[in-house]
Design a protein around this ligand. Structure first.
Ligand code: NAD
Length: 422
């Protein structure tokens, strides 16, 4: 039996959610299950030693039914077309769940960025932008950061897009540095959005974040900021991992010190003062809340029984397979699904885009307050629908999203768009 791919899992989840949402229009469902455009490009750079190398890269534009394509760019050795297709599709679902007027897309370069110097990373980012600039743009497709990409790389993309298009277009990409048109609050947005969802969900069951214990897999933008927010709210982070090792401390890890250590370029395997274990270990730690914040496909049928947490806050995209999801549901583990829990990043990206288009600068408090309202509203809608249909939060969120995308496809005159090949 061949292993099911991430994109196959997306299709299976759409089918289950369509049944719940009562959508039986096959033509519309087929549109949702098929990416509108796939760009596969080769990205040449000259390395510092003068050698020429070429990397494979992608930009998948999944759905523009509800607005311009929107989604991050990932640099990772395992990036492949199937993964980028799944990530792009999840973006279309996510923007629909939080009801912002954007579609879904995603990009990636198959590269281990740790093997490149800063000059080489800049060359790679500019070369990739040069390859895709004709198919992105402020009203077309707006990239953002994802795994191993950051505000510096987004600044290079905005700059290179400007050179190529002979325009000044900060709105072509979000997640930029503040100096280059970025938004206050974008750095912590994914974690903050997740925090709002967790807070609302725990409140509804009479539980609270304060005094809870937390285990986090992945300590980058999403994971480290979640650690800071949860710690500040009185939770104890008892286990955390990066790609090199896991560290744990039942009394609570010194979160601020770990974040400072990581921001200096440190790896958990160098932390001699702690017991270091396998990077998977936080998934199975004794903790109330598990936060997967690394990569997809981490909680599977093979290990879901070992998860001890009662809450799973999915800040990573696609960390739980459908089989594992069903196993967790049977054990009444409450899974707050990625397409809701990590949508804070794209919501503040949307705010950044709006600020750039209108030449405005919003205060951090304004961004945070708007994000909190948007996330709470999305949570309430998903929670109500899940209760009404007696289904999981994931299927409820998918059902709401595909209903919104289907409505946009129908009102955009499906036949007309198909005739135009759009
Ligand atoms: P990042 O590159 O900033 O951090 C990734 C972290 O995961 C790093 O600490 C890395 O060491 C760690 N990691 C990698 N492989 C690991 C493994 N096997 N075990 C344990 N740790 C591992 O990336 P990020 O932006 O924080 O993204 C993390 C996840 O969150 C991804 O799934 C991404 O798609 C998702 N996400 C990010 C955003 C965002 O705004 N950055 C928004 C939505 C979703």
């Amino acid at each position: 039996m061949t292993e099911e791919s991430a994109f196959d899992r997306f299709i299976r989840t759409v089918d289950s959610a369509a049944a719940i949402a009562g959508i039986s229009d096959d033509a519309v469902l087929q549109r949702i299950k098929t990416p509108e455009r796939i760009h596969e490009v080769s990205v040449p750079i000259t390395r510092d030693d003068g050698k020429q190398v070429i990397f494979s890269a992608y930009r998948v534009q999944h759905s523009s039914a509800r607005g311009p394509y929107k989604g991050g760019i990932r640099y990772h050795p395992n990036v492949n077309l199937d993964e980028v297709k799944a990530l792009a599709a999840w973006m279309s679902i996510k923007t629909a769940v939080v009801n912002i007027p954007l579609g879904g897309g995603k990009g990636g370069i198959t590269v281990d960025p740790k093997t490149l110097s800063k000059t080489e990373l800049e060359a790679l980012t500019r070369s990739y932008t040069e390859r895709i600039w004709r198919v992105i743009g402020p009203q077309v497709d707006i990239p953002a950061p994802d795994v191993n990409t950051n505000s510096q790389m987004m600044d290079w993309i905005a700059d290179e897009y400007g050179r190529q298009s002979r325009t000044i277009s900060p709105a072509v990409v979000t997640g930029k540095s503040i100096a280059f048109g970025g938004s206050a609050g974008r750095d912590i947005a994914t974690a903050q959005g997740g925090f709002e969802v967790l807070h609302a969900a725990m409140e509804a069951t009479g539980e609270r974040i304060k005094d809870s214990t937390v285990a986090i897999q992945g300590f980058g933008n999403a994971g480290a900021n979640a650690a800071l927010l949860l710690h500040a709210a009185g939770a104890r982070v008892v286990a955390a991992s990066d790609s090199t090792a896991a560290v744990s401390l039942p009394d609570g890890l010194p979160v601020a010190d770990l974040v400072a250590f990581k921001s200096r370029g440190g790896s958990f395997r160098e932390l001699d003062a702690y017991d270091r274990t396998s990077v998977e270990d936080p998934l199975f730690s004794e903790a109330d809340i598990l936060v997967p914040a690394a990569l997809e496909g981490q909680i599977t049928a093979a290990n879901a029984d070992r998860v001890k947490a009662r809450w799973v806050l999915e800040l990573a995209n696609g960390p739980t397979t459908p089989e594992a999801d069903a196993m967790l549901e049977r054990r009444r583990v409450r899974v707050l699904p990625d397409i809701l829990a990590n949508a804070g990043g794209v919501v503040v990206s949307y705010y950044e885009w709006l600020q750039n288009l209108h030449a405005e600068t919003w205060l951090r408090e304004e961004v945070e307050a708007r994000l909190a309202v948007t996330m709470r509203r999305a949570y309430e809608r998903v929670s109500e629908f899940a209760t009404f249909k007696r289904t999981s939060f994931r299927l409820a969120a998918y059902a709401i999203a595909i209903d919104r995308i289907a409505a946009a496809l129908r009102s955009n005159s499906l036949e007309g768009r198909v005739a135009l090949g759009r």
